[in-house]
Design a protein. Structure first.
Length: 283
């Protein structure tokens, strides 16, 4: 599933790439699967509202992308909002490029380009809203920009296990399974530990691990897991490496299920004094 670093990589490519989406004008919109349009707006109305709009900027919060559109026919800016979910891909192609069986939506541009949304599992969604706050009101601060004081204050409001807390988008937005595991490994903290188990020093170490992992992953354009993000080169230390030796100590990495999510760790580098009874790797 694309997490913050992969989504940020998409944002930067569409904004800073050659060609760039910024300044392009929508000629027409083609919806190939109606349920790709989220909310209450019908696909036909979505296409009509977006037509003739100009892309002005792209911002991101957590795993959401927001495309600011301006149209001479509208009094306010509109924001085309995209969540890639598990397998969504968003990219610029020639307007003549052939669609695939997984193409869900195509925004045809007057410049001879097309913004295409492909999604094999069809979980991704696209909305049209007047204010991004309509979408992100329930999300926590962005994991790439949250400062230490804010992170530590938000920790104080919880007593939960750390792995599910890091996955909770209302706590901090943008961290998914990959980078939760990588951050906990970097911090040397077992995912079964609770916030109450952590010392003040460990809380700061956890913040620094999250900060460093997310920034390094963005610099690497994310992680290439299962060949989904080919450009990603973030070197995962534990995620997906169960049974292989830890690159720090050589101990075999293990995989547990924590809060119904596959969780990877090194039992030597991430010790825990008291572990709840594990049956078949279940917690």
């Amino acid at each position: 599933m694309p997490e913050l670093p992969e989504v940020e990589s998409v944002r930067r490519l569409l904004t800073e790439g050659r060609p760039s989406l910024i300044g392009t004008t929508v000629d027409r919109v083609e919806v190939l699967r109606d349920n790709v349009i989220g909310g209450h707006l019908l696909a036909e109305q979505f296409c009509q509202d977006v037509q003739d709009s100009v892309f002005h900027e792209i911002i991101r919060h957590g795993k959401y992308l927001f495309f600011r559109l301006h149209s001479a026919r509208a009094t306010n800016n509109l924001w085309m909002t995209v969540h890639l979910r598990m397998t969504g891909r968003l990219f610029l192609v020639s307007d003549r490029a052939s669609k695939t069986m997984y193409t869900r939506l195509v925004v045809h541009l007057q410049q001879g380009l097309a913004l295409r949304f492909d999604d094999p599992r069809a979980f991704g969604r696209v909305w049209l809203v007047e204010d991004p706050a309509e979408v992100i009101a329930g999300l926590g601060p962005d994991a790439l920009t949250v400062d230490e004081d804010t992170f530590l204050r938000r920790l104080d409001h919880h007593r939960r296990q750390l792995k599910p807390l890091l996955l909770d988008q209302s706590f901090v937005a943008g961290i998914g399974n990959i980078y939760a595991d990588e951050s906990l490994f970097r911090a040397g903290i077992h995912p079964l530990k609770t916030v109450a188990d952590l010392t003040v020093s460990q809380r700061k170490v956890l913040y620094r691990a999250v900060h460093d992992v997310m920034h390094e992953a963005v610099a690497c354009k994310g992680a290439n897991i299962d060949g989904v993000f080919e450009a990603g080169c973030f070197p995962v230390a534990v995620y997906g490496r169960a049974g292989l030796p830890c690159r720090t100590c050589g101990t075999a990495l293990v995989k547990l299920r924590v809060a119904q999510r596959g969780t990877h760790l090194c039992p030597q580098c991430q010790p825990i004094e008291k572990v709840k009874s594990l049956v078949g790797g279940q917690v």
